[in-house]
Design a protein around this ligand. Structure first.
Ligand code: OGA
Ligand code: FE
Length: 269
């Protein structure tokens, strides 16, 4: 890592002195308190040119190429019928999983200030999409109780396929913390309230040991595979906390960051 160039930026960690965190996805907050953040400076190391040194097994993320198009204007039915299968194939190829399911996606644009029906803004908070409890629950929610019963006997991993759309990322790239630089006590459960269900994610407290990485000027033919959960406890990377961050080397008048992440779950024989 030491040889890689880095940029200094700031991200929002969870304030360890704040109230138990809760977030309301596209819902107005009820009387519970929103999380309090602790902005911290970080060094984010650029893996461009060394992409192949970083693997989901070791670091929790890896870079792959992606050749199918999707666009912020693509309707939901087309994303589901055409983009989901392509992402599943990609994850299968990258991991050797025997079954992969895609079940959710978010278009994001930094031109959006609030949720606007089409796209969300980048996520400016350090988080991991699942927790120990919510990962198996999500399998049952997305695939049904009967399938969950069969599939949860296997090793499984939740993997996001994150990729730029429309143009190269000029600012607000996605930073990822190398899994093994995190400690169990860094993760704090955050209640999540969606319009149709409740769940939880992990927010992350600052730890000076965290090693941050990104892929500079990420192109639309590149995808970052983010492992947000792995049921295996054999020493391989299990989570990959992440956040958008401001790139101090961004050109003036950088185009908005536009991206899509497709959520998949992979099962292994
Ligand atoms: C994700 C995610 C944030 C962003 O892909 O899970 O949190 O800003 N993305 O793209
Ligand atoms: Fe996320």
């Amino acid at each position: 890592m030491a040889s890689e160039p880095f940029v200094v930026s700031s991200v929002n960690y969870l304030d360890p002195n704040g109230p138990p965190p809760a977030l309301y996805w596209r819902l107005p907050p009820a009387d519970a308190k929103e999380p309090q953040w602790e902005p911290r400076d970080i060094e984010v190391h650029d893996i461009r040119g060394h992409e192949h040194d970083y693997t989901m097994e070791e670091h929790g993320f890896e870079v792959t190429s992606i050749d199918f198009e999707v666009d912020i204007k693509t309707d939901k039915a087309t994303v589901q019928s055409e983009y989901y299968p392509a992402c599943c194939e990609l994850v299968k190829k990258a991991t050797g999983a025997s079954e992969v399911y895609a079940f959710d996606y978010n278009f994001r644009s930094s031109a959006v200030t609030e949720y606007d029906e089409v796209a969300d803004k980048p996520a400016y908070l350090v988080h991991n999409d699942y927790t120990e409890a919510s990962a198996p629950q999500r399998v049952a929610i997305e695939l049904g109780e009967a399938e969950a019963k069969r599939l949860l006997k296997k090793r499984f991993a939740f993997i996001n396929v994150w990729r730029p759309i429309n143009h190269t990322v000029e600012d607000l790239p996605l930073g990822v913390i190398a899994s093994k630089s995190t400690a169990p006590e860094d993760y704090v459960t955050c209640a999540m309230y969606w319009p149709d269900r409740d769940g939880e994610t992990w927010m992350v407290k600052h730890n000076p040991a965290h090693e941050w990485f990104y892929l500079s000027r990420m192109r639309t033919d590149e995808a970052l595979l983010l492992k947000c959960y792995d049921s295996a406890t054999d020493g391989r990377a299990r989570y990959a906390p992440h956040s958008a961050f401001e790139d101090p080397t961004a050109p003036p008048n950088a185009r908005p960051r536009e991206s899509v992440e497709c959520r998949t779950v992979a099962f292994f024989d």
